[in-house]
Structure formats: C-alpha cells, structure tokens
Write a protein that binds this ligand. Structure first.
Ligand code: HEM
Length: 504
C-alpha cells in the first residue's frame, strides 16, 4: 500500500512539475511576443485581433467568408500607407509597395525567400510536396545549381522549337469549341483552357500526351486544385489540420499530393528505362530534372528531389497560365471594343492561316498589351516574400532586422498612386510608347527568383488567344459571377462560361 502511495505521490509531484514548466515556458513565450510587439509597433498597421495570434484570425475569417485576402491587404495599404506591419505569434511581416524597397530586395540575391512560407511547403499536412524543388528551395547553392541546369529548357532557341506543340494542343481546343458552337453548348472556358495548359506542360515537360481536352476523366485538374487549396489552408491557418471536422479534407489533400508524386515516380521510371535502353529522349524539362539529380548523385535524396521538381513544374507550369487565359477571355467578353481591335490585329497578322509561327508572336503587340493588363488586374500568382536579416529603412521607417517582407502585386496593380483609374481594364497602359511601370508591376516576381516560365507561358497564352480570336465570336453567359476566387492562385470564380459562335 505504502509503495502505491509513494508512486502516486511522485506522479502527483511530476504532474505539478510538468504543468509549472509548461506555464513558465508559455509565460516566457508571451513575454517574447510582447518584446517583439514593442520592437516593431512603431510601424503603422491595423490593430491586432489577438495578443497571441496577432492578425492571424483576420485571415482565417476572410478565408471562411470566401473573401479575397488581397483585398484586405489593399484596404490596409490605402489606410496605413506603403509600409505596414502584421503579426502572427512572434513572426513579423512587413507589407510594402514602396518601389525602391521592392527594387532593392527583390533584385538582390542577398535576401532569401521567406523560410516560414517556403520551408513549410516542403510538406503538405505531413506528405512531402514541393520539397526542395525550384520554387520552394531556400538554400541558395541548391537553388542556383538547379536553376542553372534548368535554364537550357527555357532558352529562346529551345522555346522556339515548342511552337509545334503549342499549336497542336491549342488546335484540339479549337476543334472542341467548334463542336460546342455547332451544338450551342455553353463552354466552360476555365476548365477548357486548364486542359490545354495541362496538355502542354505534360507534353513539353515530361513527354507525355494526356489529351485532357477530350478526356476529362483524368484526376489531375482536381488533384492540382486540392493541392493549391491545401497550400492556402496549411499556410494561413496553423490549426486547420487539428480540427476533427477538417479530417476528411486534409486526407483528400494528402491523397492528391501523393497522386502527383506517384505519377511523377511512374513517368520518371519510364524515362529512365528509355534512357537505359539507349533510346532517343527529348531534351525536355524531365531530362533537365535528371541532370539536376545526377549532380547530387543518384541516391534516395536525389530521387525525392526529382519528384519535388516534377510536382513543382506540374503545378507552376500550368495553373497560372490557365487562369490568366480565363481572366483575359472574361475581360474581352466585358469589353467588345478591345475584342474588336484584337481580332483586327489577329486577322492582319494571321489571316486564315492555322499554324502560328514564332515570328507571328512578336507582331501580335496589342495581344501582348492585353495579356499584360490582364496580369495587372489579376496577378494569378499574386505575391512573394523575402527574409530580411539586417535593419533596413523603408519609406523613412527604420525596421529592425529579423522580419519577413511581403510583396503583393494584387495591391500594386490596383493602387491609384501607380495607375490612373486602376480598376479600368485598359491595355493602353502597356502600349510600346507608354512609360514602363517602375517596380510596381511584378506578376512574375522580379530578380533572381523570378519566374523561369515567364516567356514560355506568354508564348503559350498568345497561341491560344490568337487561335480563339481568329476562329470565334463569343459572349459571356449572363448571370455568372465574375469575381475572383482565391485558392492561393487567383482564378475567375464563375469559370467564364461563354456562348461560342464560329466566325465566317
Ligand atoms: C501566367 C503564368 C505564370 C505566372 C503569373 C507565374 C508567376 C510566377 C511567380 C510570381 C513566381 C515567383 C513565386 C514565388 O516567389 O513564390 C514564379 C516562379 C516560378 N515559375 Fe512561374 N508563373 C507562370 C507560369 C509558369 C510556367 C508556365 C512555368 C514552367 C513551365 C513556371 C515555372 C516557374 C518556376 C520554376 C518558378 C521558380 C523560379 C525560381 O525560383 O528560380 N511558371 N512564377
């Protein structure tokens, strides 16, 4: 009996000890947060919702109401100026639209990507996801090595050779749209262009012909959407995965990420077999992914790195372009006078010729303007962030080192300090003789970590748009929502449903 009493006594003391230790640790953490608040509270910013979680609950609230968090950022920029502060736990984020700070930070390799965001995306709810792939890799040397190897697959001479694939895949869409026009079936343009960009990236990057346009039973679009949504929940709401009612969604998201990696493994193995058999393989992105893995030796880690890059290109190389195309189609539907001018340009450059040549792209200047204006109002990948270790002065405010700085091109695109009547869709802003925006237009980010696929995506977008305008008249189906849906990337909520009619 006495033994049991002694054990119970010890357990009781241990419990009290552990509880006291936890309370002391928590009190210390709270003091640390207080210290951080004092250190940065001279920077203007909206009031915090909670001491511990800072502005975090506001983001969660916006997400729950299915509202655009970037609108909130824009509202705060208008209220608090070009530099303001946000807190979540002990993390401090400075949001800025100051062009000089944008230039200094984004153009320099000195400021790494923000580890809280990019390192977190290594996994998605515990399932390895983007890992150390090109978008998320934080280590400068590993990034540089990969980027250098990947560059040849994006050189202008290589891209020129992709025109055949861009034409072929876009042509499939035109055939499909012609059928829909004949049958007077409304066209869900976002879904359709999404299939084209998936067809293009899988063919160009991995040598696989999916024909998504005619085969919409494949699970990839849904898996990509789930992963993107998962990224948002995972980043903006740290409690999301622990709430029992989210268990099913979390499971679905993990399964979607797993599906992409499983697909990657199968396609990589197929390519490896072909290479081992001495077959001729294309010098595509997958070949470069192999090279980059070889440099880090062909061990388990490099296998995982190949899959990281597979998933990175599968997602980064497709969705954002599809969204840009959908927004452009939507805005043209709203602006018949712009559509008319664009058709005149396309008719002049292409006439009735189906095959679009590389040389044609440079002549479609008004189309370039329309695509740029689309990304000003609808930056489909709306921001990037960097870690700043040293003290810095931004717009006259001294900011102690140890903070994240967020650049959001949705805000800069919609501020009247940068653009007159910012909410008006006006491609003239990007006319060849118009003044160039000064570090306030960066839909592809800027500097060393800017988008590798920028030229690729705009070539692809031009081919799809030019063919569409050459062949069809269309109007937006009435009554559909035309606002923006935020699933990490931005896309048109209503899917851009159009009524198609073949041109003469
Ligand atoms: C309209 C289409 C596109 C937009 C708006 C866009 C936008 C962006 C942005 C904003 C970044 C920086 C991301 C960050 O800092 O977190 C980025 C990075 C990247 N994008 Fe794109 N992108 C597009 C299309 C593409 C395509 C088609 C590809 C590939 C075929 C691609 C591949 C990449 C890669 C590999 C990176 C990482 C670059 C690095 O860190 O070295 N993107 N993109």
């Amino acid at each position: 009996m006495a033994v049991w009493e002694t054990i119970a006594g010890w357990m009781w003391y241990s419990a009290i000890f552990i509880l006291s230790a936890v309370l002391i640790l928590f009190a210390c953490y709270c003091l640390y947060i207080k210290y951080i608040h004092q250190k940065y509270d001279h920077i203007p910013g909206p009031p915090r919702k909670s001491f511990l979680f800072g502005h975090g609950p506001i983001f969660v609230e916006e997400m729950k109401r299915d509202r655009l968090v970037h609108e909130k950022f824009l509202e705060w920029t208008e209220k608090y100026g070009p530099v303001y502060r946000l807190n979540v736990l002990h993390y401090v984020t400075v949001v800025t639209v100051d062009p000089e700070a944008t230039k200094e930070i984004l153009m320099s390799p000195k400021y790494p990507k923000d580890p809280t965001v990019y390192k977190r995306l290594f996994n998605l709810f515990g399932q390895r996801f983007l890992g150390n792939g090109l978008v998320t890799v934080a280590d400068h040397d590993l990034w540089y090595k990969q980027r250098r190897i990947m560059d040849p697959a994006f050189s202008s001479s290589y891209l020129r050779g992709l025109m055949g694939i861009f034409n072929e895949k876009a042509e499939r869409l035109m055939v499909k749209l012609a059928e829909m026009a004949d049958k007077q079936t409304p066209a869900h343009m976002h879904g359709l262009v999404n299939c084209v960009t998936l067809d293009v990236i899988t063919k160009v990057a991995f040598g696989v012909d999916l024909d998504m346009v005619n085969n919409n039973n494949l699970p990839f679009p849904n898996a990509i959407e789930l992963c993107l949504k998962g990224m948002v929940y995972y980043l903006r709401d740290p409690m999301y995965e622990f709430l029992p009612w989210n268990r099913k969604v979390v499971q679905d998201i993990k399964e979607a990420a797993h599906l992409l990696r499983r697909t990657g493994r199968a396609w990589i193995n197929e390519r490896k077999k072909a290479m081992d058999n001495g077959e001729d393989v294309p010098k595509d992105i997958l070949t470069q992914i192999f090279k980059s893995a070889e440099e880090t030796k062909f061990d388990d880690d490099s296998q995982e790195l190949m899959l990281d890059n597979f998933v990175t290109f599968f997602i980064a190389g497709q969705e954002t372009t599809a969204n840009q195309l959908s927004f452009a189609i939507m805005e043209l539907g709203k602006h018949p006078e712009i559509m008319k001018r664009l058709k005149a340009e396309v008719d002049e450059v292409l006439g009735k010729r189906q095959e679009i040549l590389y040389e044609d792209l440079g002549k479609l200047t008004y189309l370039s303007q329309v695509l740029k204006e689309t990304l000003r109002l609808y930056p489909t990948a709306p921001g990037t962030s960097r870690w700043v270790d040293d003290d810095m002065v931004i717009d006259g405010i001294k900011i102690p080192g140890g903070f994240v700085v967020l650049f959001d091109s949705y805000i800069t695109g919609r501020l009247d300090r940068f653009y007159k009547d910012p909410l008006t869709f006006d491609p003239e802003r990007f006319a060849p003789d118009a003044p160039k925006p000064y570090f306030c237009y960066y839909p592809f980010a800027l500097g060393p970590r800017s988008c590798l696929g920028q030229v690729f995506s705009q070539m692809e977008a031009k081919v799809v748009m030019a063919k569409l305008l050459q062949r069809f008249d269309y109007s937006l189906a009435p009554g559909q929502p035309l606002d923006i849906e935020d699933i990490g990337t931005l896309r048109p909520r209503g899917g851009v449903i159009c009524r198609m009619k073949q041109r003469d």
